[in-house]
Design a protein around this ligand. Structure first.
Ligand SMILES: [Zn+2]
Ligand SMILES: [Zn+2]
Length: 389
């Protein structure tokens, strides 16, 4: 694109703390770690604590930094926030304030070459970790978009003492635990080094691979993808197409079978009173978005079809699509009507009664209609793709 701004980007100064950190940890993984593993036996305790801290630090980023602080998808008790704050610092991904402020820009400016701090437009490497190695213009922050976080004493405490907390959590904690189990070296290698490097790359996948690899069932307006395989590594954040369109939902994998341990952790915390006000997008709105996308896709595929090849078949598919569009419009207007009724009930302070009335059943019926339509459109899309081939 603009070569002038690109040359300014290429001249961006190196971000030395990040360069040194990544060089040291990568070098350590390639030299000291294999040597240690070859010459020593790791204790079972070191492996167990490695798994505990893999999940603890990873989910403090996904459940704490990301869903709680950056998106305010729920609220948390101070004790849970302290755990997130400490284990989040252990992940060495900067302070909550910096991380969340930057992430809010990522959502607002997603894919913008110059404004999205980890823009997928600049390639897989840049979005994975290249963006951290230089002080690029897109990483400049003024916290204007994070005023709410500046009022959170836990966030500000961590921001002020970040380096000390991060060093303590990464070196002292594994060493002390290792001392307690009689395996200081093993704990430093597994809970310190291996855990740090793996959990960093797993969470970096959300900015890189989750913007490249997978399906787009909700929108093609940005590069974010849904990917079940990636969800396994990213503590449930592989459902990134969903996340970019409904960012304030505390869930990323919305179906029960979708692997989202961060969602289960938050729901579990809510059960014992450590999390509350969990936000969810209404099922109807989710299904409506999926059907809308399918209608677009079917239209795109039919537009590509060759009319001279099978004129009769194409005309039939077009008629089907028109019927589906009409049906969709009816469902959408019925939903709008229900929302209006809900609003009026709220005005008359009858919202609770309204929720319990047959309105609920009507919403269920609309959700079912969308579900059926989703199935029919999948078939239609398939046939349209064949006609286009
Ligand atoms: Zn993203
Ligand atoms: Zn996000």
């Amino acid at each position: 694109m603009s070569s002038v701004s690109d040359s300014a980007w290429e001249r961006a100064p190196l971000n030395w703390p990040a360069v040194i950190l990544f060089s040291l940890t990568t070098l350590g993984m390639l030299t000291v770690f294999p040597w240690y593993a070859w010459t020593h036996d790791f204790s079972t305790a070191a492996w167990v604590w490695f798994v505990v801290f893999m999940y603890g630090t990873g989910m403090s980023i996904t459940g704490g930094y990301h869903r709680l602080w950056a998106h305010r998808a729920y609220q948390a008790h101070w004790s849970l926030k302290i755990v997130y704050m400490l284990l989040g610092a252990m992940s060495l991904q900067n302070s909550i304030l910096i991380w969340a402020s930057m992430h809010r820009i990522h959502h607002k400016e997603v894919d913008h070459r110059d404004r999205d701090p980890y823009s997928a437009e600049r390639g897989l490497w840049f979005s994975h970790m290249g963006w951290m190695l230089r002080n690029y213009p897109s990483s400049a922050l003024d916290y204007k978009n994070a005023r709410d976080l500046m009022e959170d004493p836990i966030v500000m405490f961590q921001h002020k003492h970040y380096l000390g907390i991060a060093l303590f959590m990464n070196i002292a904690v594994p060493a002390l635990l290792g001392w307690a189990y009689g395996d200081v070296g093993g704990f430093l290698m597994l809970v310190g080094l291996l855990r740090l490097v793996l959990s960093q790359h797993f969470t970096f996948f959300i900015n890189s691979l989750a913007h490249y690899w997978g399906r787009q069932p909700y929108t093609t307006e940005n590069s974010a993808r849904d990917n079940d395989v990636l969800a396994l590594f990213t503590y449930g954040e592989g459902y990134h197409n969903y996340h970019h369109i409904f960012q304030w939902d505390y869930r990323n994998g919305i179906r029960w079978w979708q692997w989202d341990p961060t969602k289960w952790m938050i729901a579990g915390a809510a059960r014992i009173g450590l999390a509350y006000n969990l936000k969810r997008v209404p099922e109807f709105v989710i299904r409506r978005q999926m059907v809308q996308r399918q209608l677009e896709r079917a239209q795109e595929q039919l537009a590509k079809a060759q009319p001279e090849a099978q004129p009769g078949r194409l005309a039939a598919l077009q008629t089907l699509l028109e019927q589906e569009l009409k049906h969709y419009a009816e469902i959408a207007s019925e939903w709008a009507k229900l929302q209006q009724e809900k609003l009026e009930a709220a005005k008359r302070q009858l919202a609770e009664q309204w929720e319990n009335s047959e309105a609920r059943a009507r919403i269920r019926a609309l959700e079912d209609s969308l579900h059926q339509q989703h199935r029919r459109l999948r078939l239609l899309s398939l046939q349209a793709a064949q006609a286009a081939a």
